[in-house]
Design a protein around this ligand. Structure first.
Ligand code: GAL
Length: 383
């Protein structure tokens, strides 16, 4: 599943388009082709110009929290790109507090936003406030996380989240050589916040790959904690994952010289970091560290990968998603056909929401230089 050359080409291409101020995203699961990218480039450029010529539109961007690195990047990338395309921007962070997010969205509606871009804290809690957006015919784009139970959502833009989970599962299969080795290997599971609709996809994708090995006994989960909600991590918080891992270490006697732990499937980096902290405190070192998965290529996790304290992460270039959302917004406001590539998968309870899926990439320590080459991080940030 690891295609380094294609990976670099796809990312570099995206980076070039971004430098030109042009939105670019790769189509559902395949690498970007230069022709697709250049047609995206020209259509985005022309639509952007006509949007700003007629009126200065205002976009409300509602982000869940500043406490996780990625949302800071998502917010600032979008703010910068929307402004460069001639929009006014109202960017708000709700510190993982649902009433705060609702309040901020209400203010955006009252404050004359022409479009709303929302990464929901709780995908099921925005039905009422989005009724108000609908009454004012304000289009809503669900950003990264699907917003459930409301027909006010016009579009959804995200990464292929099922694929994220599959990368994590496949990495564990490959590292432990589950196809050939007899095992049994011990594994524990950590996913994210239950009201985040994405966890069904992350967990589901990983389980699609791992379940056959649990069924045939090659993989064993000693705690028996396997169900999605049992292994959830409230608010995706590192400290919550750490506390649960500490409990597992004592209840299962995991340790370098005690019960072996071969893998921990973590749905993202903030949970992986909590698991890593607990394992380091319990005496595990790079020489005997379990295979830990992650997602987001957070700086802390990149450093852990370099230190041998996390095996992999999934890179989702937040610039790519931001650029796609700017492009979709402009198309909506210009009454143009909106660029989507999935019209089957994402039902939010009121019907299918047309979606654009960006492509995630499986990353390991070998890919750190790529993150620097494409300007995602500076060398100093990863030191
Ligand atoms: C998910 C998102 C992930 C991760 C997580 C924690 O919804 O897709 O990239 O960041 O939330 O915020």
């Amino acid at each position: 599943m690891k295609k380094s050359f294609g990976k670099v080409i796809a990312i570099v291409l995206t980076g070039m388009l971004l430098l030109l101020g042009v939105p670019a995203c790769t189509g559902g699961g395949s690498s970007a082709s230069s022709s697709a990218a250049s047609s995206a480039a020209s259509s985005a450029a022309s639509s952007s110009a006509s949007a700003s010529a007629e009126k200065t539109y205002k976009v409300g961007i509602s982000m869940p929290t500043k406490s996780l690195q990625r949302w800071n990047q998502d917010g600032s990338n979008m703010e910068e790109m929307f402004k460069a395309a001639g929009y006014k921007v109202d960017l708000q962070y709700a510190e993982d507090d649902v009433p705060t997010q609702i309040n901020q969205i209400e203010n955006m509606i009252a404050g004359g936003c022409d479009v709303l871009v929302i990464a929901a804290i709780n995908g099921e809690s925005l039905t009422e406030v989005l009724e108000k957006a609908k009454e004012k015919s304000i289009p809503v784009i669900a950003y990264d996380r699907l917003i459930m139970d409301t027909d006010a959502v016009s579009y959804y833009a995200t990464f292929d989240n099922w694929m994220v989970g599959m990368f994590q599962g496949q990495y564990i299969v490959d590292q432990l050589d589950l196809k050939n080795a007899k095992g049994p290997f011990n594994i524990e599971f950590f996913t994210g916040d239950p009201p985040d609709n994405n966890i069904k996809f992350f967990y589901g994708g990983a389980m699609e790959i791992l379940q056959p090995y649990l069924d045939n006994g090659t993989l064993v989960c000693p705690s028996g904690q396997i169900e999605m909600l049992t292994v959830a991590t409230e608010k995706w918080k590192t400290e919550n994952a750490q506390a649960r891992m500490e409990n597992l270490i004592s209840s299962q006697s995991y340790g370098p010289t005690k019960t072996q732990l071969h893998a921990v499937m973590c749905s993202n980096d903030s949970t992986a970091q909590g698991v890593t902290n607990a394992l380091v405190d319990a005496g595990f070192t790079a020489d005997n560290f379990p295979v830990i998965t992650g997602q987001d290529c957070d700086i802390v996790s990149c450093k852990n990968m370099k230190a041998g304290l996390q095996a992999m992460s999934v890179f989702k270039d937040t610039r790519t998603l931001a650029a796609q959302v700017v492009k979709m917004t402009t198309q909506i406001l210009n009454g143009q056909t909106v660029d989507v590539n999935d019209t089957k998968t994402y039902d939010n309870g009121t019907g299918i929401i047309p979606t654009f899926l960006c492509e995630p990439l499986s990353f390991t320590v070998d890919d750190m230089q790529t993150l620097i080459d494409i300007g995602y991080y500076t060398p100093e940030q990863l030191k």
